[in-house]
Design a protein around this ligand. Structure first.
Ligand code: ZN
Length: 413
């Protein structure tokens, strides 16, 4: 097995989470008694370019044909996209003669803001059902995987892009070098690429092991991003940290030789990553022991609650929830059900652990004692929305970065 960026043979384990089904393959009632395919969930780190990665077991074509994730179902996420569009429009001076392309544009949750601001856009999205939702919302969307060929097609039909947006998509690209080569081809000479990715430094520092799943092939530091960009004639010109997904980077890239100035923040963060040990193998070797301890702590809390006769349900059915549930073997012996705001998932079951997924209102009917928050990165939004559960004494369990209990009556009295 070789590094998907630099080709070095992969010799070092970050963490081996055992065998797990695909995180987004929610199953229907008819499939409950059928065999389910499990794949190794074993993350490795490249000691040459420090890319953390999983092998590609399933093609993106399989994952994305009918994708269950619609970005618009998270109000936090839509608001985040709106703020970004306002900011970048001002920063780059985008207007009616500009051209913005988003890679992995999902249901148009981001580009619709640019449409509203009068900036021409094109979304590129491989999942046909999700792309159709975007088109209905007035966002022109090409159903395709992105790479040099798609880039050439867009350049021929619409010209080069002044802004390329790649938010939370780079991790899901198996052919990483092709993808970045396509960006370099599509980008106008003085254009800018912005890339948002969960920050590997935070993943490691805060035990975010559940963000590791088969559909996420790669996990980035800024240092790795810098090497990847350089291999395709691009350079980092700025970087910001964001609170999204437990802590993300927004990297700004331009062509090497572009007139755009380079922010001091780039060198500062590269230095910070080196101080955090991201270019030392020992940092990666220490991770697995901490995750094993987190698993034991979570199971202790759940076992104690069940021994006391308490009822527990989940909140959310995100991909990362399924890594956590399968790794810790948390099934319906612990969680009666989970809930999700996405109607696509209602009536389905979580992969592997087969926990039924209901609409959010099911919590009000069941009145459980504990609610395990699976999308812990949205815990503030969820606790706020669900604070009424305190009326019957329910508490929230937040599993990451370490197991904690949140009593809504003590937050909003
Ligand atoms: Zn490498």
């Amino acid at each position: 097995m070789r590094c998907r960026h630099c080709g070095t043979p992969l010799q070092h384990t970050l963490i081996d989470l055992g065998m797990s089904p695909l995180c987004e393959s929610f199953i229907t009632q008819d499939q409950l008694d059928a065999p389910e395919t499990y794949y190794p969930l074993h993350a490795r780190v490249c000691h040459t370019c420090w890319l953390v990665q999983l092998p590609e077991f399933v093609s993106p074509a399989h994952i994305f044909t009918e994708y269950a994730y619609f970005s618009s179902y998270s109000t936090t996420w839509v608001a985040h996209a709106g703020r970004y569009c306002e900011m970048i429009k001002g920063r780059l001076g985008l207007g009616p003669k500009s051209f913005v392309v988003e890679l992995g544009s999902n249901d148009g949750y981001l580009l619709r803001h640019f449409v509203g601001l009068g900036v021409p856009v094109l979304g590129i999205e491989p999942a046909a059902n999700v792309a159709e939702t975007a088109r209905q919302a007035g966002v022109p969307t090409l159903v395709a995987f992105f790479g040099p060929e798609t880039a050439a097609q867009v350049v021929a039909e619409r010209g080069h892009a002044d802004l390329i947006v790649a938010n939370n998509v780079l991790a899901q690209v198996p052919e990483l070098n092709d993808f970045v080569a396509g960006m370099a081809h599509l980008l106008a000479p003085e254009g800018v690429v912005t890339i948002e990715v969960p920050h590997l430094e935070r993943l490691i520092a805060e035990n975010q092991f559940d963000t590791i799943y088969h559909e996420h092939f790669s996990y980035f530091s800024l240092g790795t991003m810098s090497r990847l960009a350089a291999a395709h004639g691009l350079v980092l010109i700025d970087v910001e940290t964001l609170p999204t997904h437990g802590g993300s980077l927004r990297a700004y890239l331009a062509h090497r030789g572009s007139r755009r100035p380079v922010s001091i923040r780039v060198a500062d963060m590269l230095a910070q990553e080196r101080r955090a040990g991201l270019e030392m193998l020992s940092t990666y070797f220490n991770f697995a022991g901490r995750i094993q301890r987190t698993k034991r702590e979570l199971l202790s809390v759940l076992i104690e609650a069940k021994e006391e006769g308490k009822r527990i349900c989940g909140y959310g059915a995100p991909g990362k929830g399924n890594t956590l549930l399968n790794y810790a073997a948390i099934g319906t012996d612990f969680l009666d059900f989970t809930v999700d705001r996405n109607p696509y998932k209602h009536g389905r079951y979580t992969p592997g652990m087969h926990i039924p997924i209901h609409p959010v209102e099911a919590i009000d009917d069941a009145k459980p004692d504990y609610i395990l928050i699976l999308p812990w990165n949205l815990k503030d939004e969820i606790v706020q929305q669900m604070r009424h559960v305190g009326r019957w004494g329910a508490k929230f369990i937040v599993p990451i970065p370490s197991v904690s209990i949140v009593d809504p009556n003590k937050l909003f009295s």
